[in-house]
Design a protein. Structure first.
Length: 384
């Protein structure tokens, strides 16, 4: 007969064995689940990268003539060479009240990307904020530029850096000289500064028989208004608070022309073999057509300026999701660049996120502060 103590020990041993078996089975299930999850995660990432990088062995962006463009458009007449000049009113902005202090929050970054990690980054960006006297009152302003260079690694970098330097040299003084510029005067200052950059690069090409050039998208932000300019296929978007992401600029590219002509579908711009050809750039000729936009912007609205290395890797709906998911503009930029690289990173990636917010501190003095800028730029010249 089994003694009570022996029975208890036997039961305890069986209980432990059963418990160990249950734990073992549970652990095995967890391990199998993790293996399956990791398997499908890798498959999904590969499919995602392939969907973004299919047929995306990028050459340097090139410029084509109007004649070549017309032949690609299947003889459908389009006024693509006519520059746009528009005022855009998308929504009822949360306007700044009289004497309301506000900040211009900025996040900016440029990255070589995955495929071109070992090469010179041909993109350059500028993010500058400051304060100027307008009718005796200090008023914040911002200047933001994204330029995507062309002409080979070194020439591409030089073209985009030169464009930013010349634009800044011509634009900054009218903004800070104390005069109360009207909207038309600010827009004209931005336009003429880009024209000056075009002439500078064009003349440099003639001097050494080179073929460098650059796209540019730029914005000057003052109370309630963003003045936006564009040449090429770098973009500026507006995300109004609680609204849908809106592309302010129009791409001056072959694929954008093909979409307008009805030759290809909008989604084909990401995979079309001529997606890297543009018909407008700085430096290609002595004159350049510049699209200009005047856009209402209010508290908590966001601007996004970026090169094609971002928007070709991250679709518009995803751009909006990321912009809405962070209150910090720096976190927005970090995630945008990371996702572009996760999706293939086939080109240099540049982005600037700008947000208007109520200020916590008063503006103490006039001046400018360069946040992100080309390495060759003499910062002291502008911040002095």
């Amino acid at each position: 007969m089994m003694t009570p103590m022996f029975s208890l020990l036997a039961f305890s041993t069986l209980e432990k064995a059963g418990l160990f078996a249950i734990v073992g089975v549970f652990g095995l299930v967890v391990i199998l689940f993790l293996i399956v999850y990791l398997f499908f995660y890798v498959i999904r990432k590969r499919q995602n990268a392939n969907s973004h990088s299919q047929n995306t062995e990028f050459d340097n962006t090139s410029v084509i003539s109007a004649h070549e463009l017309n032949s690609l458009l299947a003889n459908k007449p389009l006024t693509l060479t006519k520059p746009r000049d528009e005022k855009i009113h998308l929504h009822n902005t949360v306007k700044l009240k009289n004497n309301m202090r506000y900040d211009i929050l900025v996040g900016a970054k440029t990255d070589r990307g995955i495929r071109r990690r070992a090469d010179v980054n041909q993109d350059n960006v500028l993010a500058l904020t400051g304060a100027r006297f307008v009718n005796g009152t200090l008023e914040p302003f911002g200047v933001f530029i994204v330029a995507d260079g062309m002409g080979g690694h070194q020439f591409g970098y030089e073209a985009s850096a030169r464009a930013i330097r010349v634009i800044l040299d011509n634009l900054l003084q009218p903004l800070i000289d104390g005069q109360a510029l009207g909207n038309a005067q600010i827009a004209e200052a931005l336009r003429s500064s880009i024209e000056a950059a075009n002439i500078d690069i064009y003349q440099r090409n003639k001097e050494r028989n080179s073929d460098m050039g650059t796209t540019v998208t730029a914005a000057v932000v003052v109370p309630d208004i963003a003045f936006v300019a564009n040449v090429g296929d770098s973009r500026t978007y507006l995300l109004p608070i609680d609204k849908k992401l809106y592309q302010i600029t129009e791409d001056h590219s072959v694929v954008a022309g093909l979409v307008l002509a009805g030759v290809i579908a909008p989604e084909d711009i990401y995979t079309h073999p001529k997606r890297n050809q543009i018909y407008r750039s700085l430096g290609d000729s002595s004159e350049v057509d510049i699209d200009m936009f005047q856009v209402d912007i209010g508290v908590d609205d966001m601007l996004l300026l970026c090169s094609d290395g971002l928007w070709e890797m991250v679709r518009d709906w995803r751009l909006q999701n990321i912009m809405e998911s962070h209150s910090s503009v720096n976190k927005v930029i970090d995630e945008l660049v990371d996702e572009a690289n996760d999706n293939g990173g086939v080109d240099n990636i540049s982005a600037i996120c700008v947000k208007l917010a109520k200020a916590h501190e008063p503006i103490l003095r006039a001046g400018v502060h360069l946040i992100v800028y080309p390495e060759a730029l003499n910062v002291q010249k502008y911040e002095a």
